[in-house]
Design a binder for this molecule. Structure first.
Ligand code: ADP
Ligand code: ZN
Ligand code: MG
Length: 484
């Protein structure tokens, strides 16, 4: 048996999160009427001159700084000539020799170990339009062209071939997505095509120095798809090599339903795109103060935030990593926490409510946390009411159900429904006496040394109080009464 190693490199396109396109003022809105967001520039009318969107440049540089790139102060745009049925000018404005950012890196953690992946480049370019293929009557097929997406700014990132397994590729993309979402320079939603990934895979013997023939896989639209496509491709290439065959350099498509890759076209050497400097856009020079200003806007990243959650709020590794990995969740948590008087005492319970009850309900109703019917302030109130003993944890769940349904204030619900926790000692003592009287069997078991029987007796007392008695007090008073 030959021992193979897989070699993987990624090419990632992310749609830049700006209101307008990269070379004109048209809107980038997703889901508008076809061809509504177009003008003479993005429909490529002869003589129309592109004007660079400063915000798009800022987004690329911010992303570059976050990924430790060298920012090239002098940068140019390039025309990439090609027949693009979805872009009437038949060339793409992109960057080739002098991209905005070169040589970045990203740290990933796989199986508990850190690995640094070098990133070749990050550059700015424009997206194409979209072809919609239709089957007409009498088998007359036709295609419709929607130019709403043409000219939308993209950043393209290309990694070095340094990833060695499907898990590493998955983690790279996951970490990249987390960071870019934190930066808010792209929404990175793969479902909406705002993050697209091409995967390059080759195999070599473990002792071999040079790389093997690579295959490029396109059309993958989810993170798990990336992992599955690479896993499939590794097995396919191994089989060919083991049976003495040779791989050809080609582009393959990922068929998500069948979970296979299928040949699309062979790629013998580089296509000749006849790159040349874009004459309609001047080379640009970035100043230090422009770059440094952007560096100041870079927020704290998921991993650092997770460490801070552990250190400052005493959260477990699991809770901190769940909350910190998504910016909206982390923001929700910290905003809710800002309403708590004693942050240290409430941090854990608040975290628990977010990743159990709230998370479960949001998932079932398919609502994003940013649109949560339970506001940060109301969840903070609920947790305070549990902590100060106004309501029991059990009642809190009932209150929470109503908070979620009606977006209402927990204090109001508790008042209306008379849910307040019973902390009056004389009332609890009376309940305890009744329970002791009615359950002589459990009581004698407890008295004869079966300490566990207390649990059942507490449960019965809680039930008698309809869940409203303060459980700590019930426990304490019962023990006192049983001792006498
Ligand atoms: P191309 O000219 O075919 O586009 P590039 O050199 O630009 O190739 O690399 C494209 C991507 O392929 C990069 O992410 C790179 O890391 C990756 N890559 C290059 N060679 C290999 C290889 N032998 N195996 C796997 N990935 C590779
Ligand atoms: Zn336009
Ligand atoms: Mg390339």
């Amino acid at each position: 048996m030959v021992n193979y190693e897989s070699v993987i490199g990624l090419e990632v396109h992310m749609q830049i999160n700006t209101k307008s396109k990269v070379f004109c003022e048209c809107s980038t809105r997703f889901g508008s009427e076809p061809n509504l967001n177009t003008c003479i520039i993005c429909t490529s009318q002869p003589g129309a001159i592109p004007i660079l969107n400063k915000k798009a440049v800022e987004a690329v540089i911010k992303t570059g700084l976050a990924l430790s790139f060298n920012i090239n102060k002098e940068s140019i745009f390039t025309r990439k000539q090609y027949f693009y049925p979805d872009s009437p000018k038949n060339y793409q404005i992109t960057q080739s020799d002098q991209p905005l950012c070169s040589r970045g890196k990203l740290s990933i953690i796989v199986k508990g170990k850190e690995k640094i992946i070098n990133i070749t480049r990050l550059h700015l370019e424009e997206d194409t339009g979209k072809l919609v293929h239709k089957v007409g009557s009498r088998k007359l097929n036709y295609s419709l062209l929607d130019l709403n997406r043409a000219g939308v700014g993209l950043m393209e990132l290309v990694t070095e071939p340094e990833l060695r397994s499907p898990e590493e590729a998955f983690e790279f993309l996951n970490e990249l997505k987390n960071i870019v979402e934190y930066l808010e320079t792209s929404e990175c939603s793969m479902e909406e095509g705002k993050m697209r990934c091409d995967v390059n895979v080759s195999m070599r013997h473990v002792e071999q120095q040079e790389y093997g023939t690579k295959v490029e896989i396109k059309n993958i639209n989810s993170l798990s798809g990336v992992r599955n496509a690479i896993t499939y491709e590794i097995e396919r290439q191994k089989e060919i090599l083991d049976s003495g065959g040779k791989l050809i350099q080609e582009t393959r498509l990922w068929e998500a339903e069948k979970k296979i890759t299928k040949s699309m076209r062979s790629k013998e050497g580089a296509l000749d795109y006849r790159y040349f400097p874009e004459p309609d856009l001047v080379p640009f020079a970035l100043t230090n103060s422009f770059i440094e200003g952007l560096r100041k806007e870079i927020p704290e990243f998921p991993r650092a935030r997770k460490m801070r959650f552990i250190k400052d709020y005493g959260l477990t590794e699991y809770a901190a990593s769940y909350l910190a990995s998504t910016k909206v969740i982390a923001d929700y948590y910290e905003k809710a926490l800002s309403y708590m008087e004693d942050k240290k005492a409430s941090s854990e319970l608040l975290a628990n409510w977010i990743f159990t009850e709230l998370n479960a309900k949001l998932n079932v109703s398919k609502i994003f946390i940013s649109k949560s019917p339970v506001s940060c302030q109301n969840l903070a109130k609920l947790v305070s009411l549990i902590l100060d003993g106004t309501i029991s944890r059990k009642i809190a769940k009932t209150v929470f159900d109503e908070m979620f349904e009606k977006s209402s204030d927990p204090e109001k619900i508790i008042k209306e429904k008379g849910f307040t926790q019973i902390s009056d000692k004389s009332v609890i003592a009376k309940i305890c006496e009744e329970v002791i009287y009615e359950n002589s069997k459990a009581v004698s078991e407890f008295k004869s040394g079966k300490k566990k029987a207390i649990g059942a007796i507490v449960g019965l007392a809680m039930k008698k109080s309809k869940g409203q008695a303060n459980p700590q007090l019930v426990n304490k008073i019962l023990l006192e009464k049983l001792k006498t």
